[in-house]
Write a protein that binds this ligand. Structure first.
Ligand code: HGY
Ligand code: MN
Ligand code: MN
Ligand code: MN
Length: 419
């Protein structure tokens, strides 16, 4: 199997490749799909499995009150702010096996290779498996890192409910996460740096045959929920002019989301109506209640927010014309994150040292790095993935590509933890 080397350290991919497959098997859906929703039985099994692996490598493991998992390699000066790396292992329904996992298992591999290579860190190195990076359960992404960064308050988090109406407290306690959510927030200067390894989830690196993407900026995500209420009625008896059809209002709004993204003036604006629930959901009953959730992003916050305002105005006009009421709920509206220039330079230097080709780029997906950048210098390392596919079972990144990413990450962690 392919290897990548860094100063004699060999990232042997067979161990990591095997572990990626082992973790992928912990899923509610059969391979090649991976579904592992936060606080599900599969998520809890994955946490246990990872904990065993970390302890076998001789690292310490702890979990915070919201389920962020910390795998710590104590440095010779443990009181110094640690160097952190990490990502997530929760997976949306019918996803692939690399999103987030490459950053968690690749981070563990980087730490093991450094340890096996005789590195003695001055600063501790912490691998973080962030809880609830995906919005599947609670409707908002990066809940664990938002609470760590203080972007979301414990009260806001406790107000969240999952689709079955269960609260975060109920689910986290059932998962064995004890303690007050207030204790999740990081103290200032908790970490010296945070470096996240992740698949690109886009086609650029593979198309350009580049090994390493050095992320300079992470796009600004926003999401909102619309609860639309029409009049419903009998599909045969209610003639067209008198209808107040909530789904047709939703349909017009979804097309407006697309139009506002296309006409925003920024090539980076993306709008997706990814969730629509229609009630009563009967073929012969006019839709009276619709819940729709929209994901809207851009690397440029002003362009995004201007387009969002256009969608807001248009939504109210559509609903007024159709006699439908709308409850507009903001889920999140975050600024973009800039990665730390000195860490960008470090990744570039390590990529060169490892003999990798590289290019600077923007992350269009959001990541826990978006929030870690609020509390410490942060950078992301991207590796290519097959046709840029992600959030689908045929998501793929080769062992060789992963080894190069892990090698560059290991070089960064070695450098950052040495001084
Ligand atoms: O949606 C995202 O950008 C991330 O992959 N959860
Ligand atoms: Mn994802
Ligand atoms: Mn991810
Ligand atoms: Mn992410």
């Amino acid at each position: 199997m392919g290897t990548a080397s860094l100063g004699g350290m060999k990232v042997g991919v067979s161990r990591l490749d095997r572990e990626i497959d082992e973790l992928a098997a912990i899923s509610v859906h059969p391979a090649p799909a991976v579904t592992r929703v936060i606080f599900s039985p599969e998520d809890l099994s994955a946490r246990e499995w990872l904990t065993v692996l970390a302890k076998e490598a001789g690292f310490l493991v702890r979990q915070d009150p919201v389920g962020n998992l910390f795998i710590r390699w104590e440095g010779s000066e443990p009181c110094l702010p640690a160097v952190a790396t990490g990502s997530h292992t929760d997976a949306i329904p019918n996803a692939g096996k690399y999103d987030g996992v490459v950053g968690v298992l690749g981070g563990l591999e980087a730490m093991r290779v450094l340890k096996e290579g005789g590195h003695v860190p001055k600063r501790s190195i912490e691998l973080i498996m962030f809880t609830s990076e995906e919005p599947t359960r609670f409707g908002i992404g990066c809940l664990g890192s938002r609470l760590m960064a203080g972007t979301t308050s414990p009260e806001q988090a406790q107000a969240l409910r999952d689709p079955e109406g269960r609260s975060l407290d109920e689910l986290r306690e059932a998962a064995g996460c004890r303690g007050s959510l207030g204790a999740v927030k990081l103290s200032t200067g908790a970490y010296k740096a945070f470096v996240e390894l992740h698949i690109e989830q886009g086609p650029l690196l593979e198309a350009a045959e580049i090994d390493i993407g050095v992320v300079e900026k992470i796009a600004a995500p926003s999401a909102f929920r619309l609860l639309l209420k029409g009049q419903g009625g009998h599909a045969g008896a209610v003639l067209m002019p008198g209808r107040k059809d909530a789904f047709l209002a939703a349909a017009e709004i979804a097309l407006l989301v697309e139009k506002a993204a296309l006409e925003s003036g920024s090539p980076d604006t993306v709008g997706t109506t990814g969730l629509v629930e229609v009630k009563p959901g009967a073929i012969n009953s006019i839709p009276c209640d619709v819940k729709m959730e929209v994901d809207f992003r851009d690397t440029n916050k002003e362009a995004r927010d201007k387009a969002l305002a256009r969608i807001g105005d248009g939504t109210h006009a559509i609903c007024k014309r159709r006699g439908v009421t709308v409850d507009w709920q903001v889920i999140n509206q975050d600024p973009p994150a800039l990665c730390d220039p000195s860490l960008v330079a470090l990744v570039e230097a390590q990529a060169a040292k490892a003999g990798c080709t590289q290019q600077r780029m923007i992350s269009r997906a959001y990541h826990d790095s978006l929030f870690m950048a609020r509390v410490c210098p942060t950078v992301m390392i991207f590796i290519p993935c097959y046709k840029g596919y992600s959030h689908r079972p045929d998501e793929y990144s080769s062992p060789e590509a992963i080894a190069k990413g892990v090698t560059v990450l290991a070089g960064c962690l070695k450098e950052l933890s040495a001084r």
